[in-house]
Design a binder for this molecule. Structure first.
Ligand code: ADP
Length: 502
């Protein structure tokens, strides 16, 4: 009997058939708004314009915040039981899965993520939503011991109006990681996606509304950071601002919060995560593959990318050789070709940043052992997966977040030196340890800076959401818990109520 094989999906054709709606989502519907003009989102693969979107201004931001506030006060969402809110979120998870292809295509077109990553990413996002909905029923509030004739409660109440400002590297995933816990706890949300990649967030609002999130509870304003983003961050009626993006913007947002209403902040900013490789490892091939994946995945545009690779001297050369072979064999290409592992960088600006950082590191004696150049045959924004040896650890190449498929590798002589270097950095987002010595891993996992610490695996996709564990950045990587039960509570404030009953 002949075997039936499904022909591979032609994503180029599917992309051509997409119907793109760039209108803002305000108070339950898509609306044409004037704003402060329009801006284009650009496909980094070929420079074509994916969509022309409204640049929301004062009127739209005020309208969105007012709509969210009114919906919060009216209570159709905020006053519902956690169980009922959870049921709506489960419907949203189903909708994400049934619209997986469209959502993945939108992210891929706007920021260049290969479909081979964008498709599973939507399923991980749906899993976050399901996990959150299920966890909602397990939260508890506290009845406190108190004198006879009195009753004392510890409660968690929603903030009210939460603004979410999100980046372009995982557009739908990060938007969901913010709005779902915020909505789950009863807040209303105004989402401003990155100007580079807004379309999946707009579709997310359509799907959330269709799943039963009432009008006004989730609004999406498109626009530039310095315009719509700034207006939201300065808004006197936004109670909490949840942000993922650069440390530079995080600092500005703290100023805006201080200048306005002291809104509470959750900031996930930059990272420069270390990967510490100890000399007791057996299967170096598997370790090399995972380390490479850990920093070139999504073209290195990953907050938790492990880009400071600190290796026990005995394993330095064999590991480096294996990594170089793997980097050279990586399948870079058009994001819509199914076999592509590595797409373009998300924008020309990003490409210039990556190329500039590599050149600067070369200038101080950094040795390019893989990549180190653009891949113009594939497109203007492609950069070869790159590894640099011998860059001094104090150089910006080893200290700054670059957001490209580039990393530095250095030998170390002891676990103490590895830990000292790992923590010698302004950031503290995440870390990865490679060792078969459990006691060493346990000791260092507690001492290394960073929220998620992974041992013998890399954080892709972020384990916090999948397993329900909670993570919090340290130092210039920001603050505020994401994931798990504590991540839900981050979108509430503590309140106690004391009754005298007699
Ligand atoms: P990146 O450099 O990776 O684009 P940013 O921190 O600039 O990271 O952007 C992340 C998000 O922050 C985007 O949605 C962007 O529009 C927004 N943003 C940038 N600057 C500001 C600002 N001054 N105020 C509010 N939001 C901003």
């Amino acid at each position: 009997m002949p075997t039936l094989t499904t022909p591979p999906i032609d994503w180029h054709q599917r992309a051509g058939q997409l119907k793109i709606d760039p209108r803002a989502f305000l108070n339950g519907e898509r609306v044409d708004v004037h704003g402060w003009g329009r801006f284009n989102s650009v496909n980094p693969q070929d420079g074509s314009i994916v969509a022309s979107l409204p640049s929301c201004g004062q009127a739209e931001v005020d309208g969105a915040v007012a709509g969210s506030r009114a919906a919060f006060q009216q209570g159709a969402w905020s006053q519902r039981s956690p169980h009922e809110r959870g049921r709506v979120l489960l419907k949203l998870a189903d909708a994400l899965e049934s619209n997986q292809e469209e959502l993945a295509l939108l992210d891929s077109l706007e920021m260049g993520m290969p479909m081979s990553s964008a498709l599973p990413d939507i399923l991980v996002a749906a899993a976050i939503v399901r996990g959150t909905a299920e966890r909602l029923g397990q939260l508890s509030e506290q009845l406190l011991p108190s004198a006879a004739g009195t009753l004392a409660l510890n409660l968690r109440v929603p903030h009210g109006v939460v603004a979410a400002i999100t980046p372009w590297n995982f557009p739908l995933y990060v938007a969901l990681a913010k709005i779902v816990p915020a909505l789950a706890m009863g807040n209303s949300v105004v989402l401003k996606p990155s100007e580079l990649a807004s379309l999946s967030s707009l579709r997310l609002a359509d799907l959330a509304y269709a799943a039963g999130i009432p009008a006004g509870v989730l609004n999406v304003v498109t626009g530039l950071g310095a315009e719509a983003g700034r207006l939201l961050a300065l808004h006197m009626d936004v109670d909490c601002l949840s942000f993922t993006g650069s440390t530079a913007t995080g600092r500005v947002l703290m100023q805006y919060a201080a200048q306005s209403n002291l809104k509470s902040l959750l900031l996930e900013c930059g990272g420069k995560s270390p990967q510490l490789v100890f000399d007791d490892l057996g299967d170096l091939d598997a370790v090399a593959e995972a380390i490479v994946h850990g920093y070139v995945w999504n073209s290195g545009q990953v907050c938790v990318a492990g880009t400071r690779i600190l290796v026990a001297r005995r394993l330095y050369t064999p590991l480096l050789e294996r990594m170089v072979a793997l980097l050279d064999a990586r399948r870079s290409g058009h994001p819509l070709d199914g076999a592509t592992q590595l797409g373009p960088l998300a924008s020309a600006t990003q490409l210039q940043r990556v190329a500039g950082m590599v050149d600067a590191a070369r200038g101080v004696g950094g040795k390019v052992v893989a990549g180190g150049e653009r891949d113009l045959a594939l497109g203007a924004c492609h950069y070869r997966p790159t590894l640099l040896a011998d860059v001094p650890h104090s150089h910006p190449f080893m200290q700054e977040e670059i957001f490209g498929p580039v990393a530095g590798i250095l030998p170390v002589d002891s676990p103490e030196q590895a830990l000292q270097l790992a923590n010698d950095c302004q950031f503290g987002l995440s870390a990865t340890l490679w060792t078969s010595d459990f006691h060493l891993a346990n000791r260092l996992a507690r001492q290394v800076h960073g929220g998620p610490v992974t041992v013998n695996m890399v954080a892709s996709p972020a384990p916090g959401y999948v397993t329900g564990s909670s993570i919090e950045p340290a130092r210039a990587s920001g603050f505020g818990v994401e994931g798990g039960a504590a991540g839900l509570l981050a979108y509430t404030r503590a309140k106690s109520v004391h009754f005298r009953l007699a």
